[in-house]
Design a protein around this ligand. Structure first.
Ligand code: FAD
Length: 236
């Protein structure tokens, strides 16, 4: 049973606490700290941009990620400058952006985009424990192509050594979401100008084999990729 005192505690468990760095100031009505909504955005995306500084110089590098509970995993070659720098525990800003539509208003000023985006601040941890590293690689693989891990040859010892896995905790997190039609100034609704939303959808093409697929091997089904775009959070 919920008591008056347990309600704020439950709310805190279900939301990320905004900090000085993650408090959305511009159009704060679009801010989202609800964990379920943040997870849904992270689970729908698979590409993030990781910002960090090295020798006082900023870099922003695109890379794949996947979520497990309150952790984001990234992976790559042990030779990667990005991963080697992050493994040292430097400050990181990771951003995921989903674009949902062009928002066309009657005035140039009120044009916008419909979007869902998340920023995560923190420091990544180098994953050294073999079982966690293997599980992270499975999660990343299956996040990009659901079910792929079980049908491919898994990494051998040398491949595991050559691969770096990092874990970034979801602690300092903010999301921002814009939905719906444009908001024109009242007098502009009298103008003979089309206004509304042009939705943006990601479309998959037909799979193209690499020319060396053995006979009788079934082609990958496109429908498998669509599973990732479900609105539900899969890994709470
Ligand atoms: C969709 C996508 C998914 C990716 N997934 C992964 C992943 O899961 N793991 C992984 O390790 N890498 C991934 N990459 C590659 C990644 O972006 C980096 O190229 C790679 O990690 C090497 O980083 P680095 O800092 O060592 O590069 P360095 O070679 O040290 O970078 C030197 C410079 O090269 C340029 N550069 C590097 N990468 C890029 C880039 N992608 N685009 C434009 N310029 C670049 C930048 O100017 C950079 O400062 C992905 C890239 C894309 C676009």
């Amino acid at each position: 049973m919920c008591t008056a005192t347990s309600l704020p505690i439950m709310a805190a468990m279900n939301t990320y606490t905004p900090t000085q760095r993650t408090k959305v100031r511009r159009l704060s009505k679009r801010a989202v700290y609800d964990k379920a909504q943040v997870h849904a955005i992270l689970d729908e995306g698979f590409l993030c941009h990781v910002g960090f500084t090295q020798d006082s110089h900023p870099f922003v590098i695109p890379t794949l990620y996947a979520r497990s509970g309150e952790t984001l995993y990234m992976h790559g070659s042990g030779a990667s400058r990005m991963l080697k720098t992050l493994a040292q525990g430097v400050d990181v800003c990771l951003t995921v952006t989903l674009v949902d539509g062009y928002v066309l208003a009657r005035s140039a000023f009120h044009h916008s985009m419909n979007y869902r985006s998340v920023t995560v601040l923190g420091r990544a941890r180098l994953v050294t424990e073999l079982a966690e590293k293997m599980e992270a690689l499975r999660i990343i693989t299956d996040h990009v192509v659901p079910g792929r891990w079980d049908e491919v040859r898994g990494p051998n010892e040398l491949e595991m050594k050559q691969t770096v896995v990092l874990a970034l905790p979801l602690e300092e997190v903010a999301a921002k979401v814009r939905m719906g039609p444009p908001a024109d100034d009242e007098e502009d609704y009298a103008l003979p100008i089309w206004a509304g939303v042009v939705p943006i959808h990601t479309q998959l093409g037909d799979p193209v084999g690499d020319g060396r697929v053995l006979p009788d091997v079934k082609m990958v089904e496109r429908s498998r990729f669509a599973l990732r775009t479900g609105k539900d959070s899969k890994r709470d």
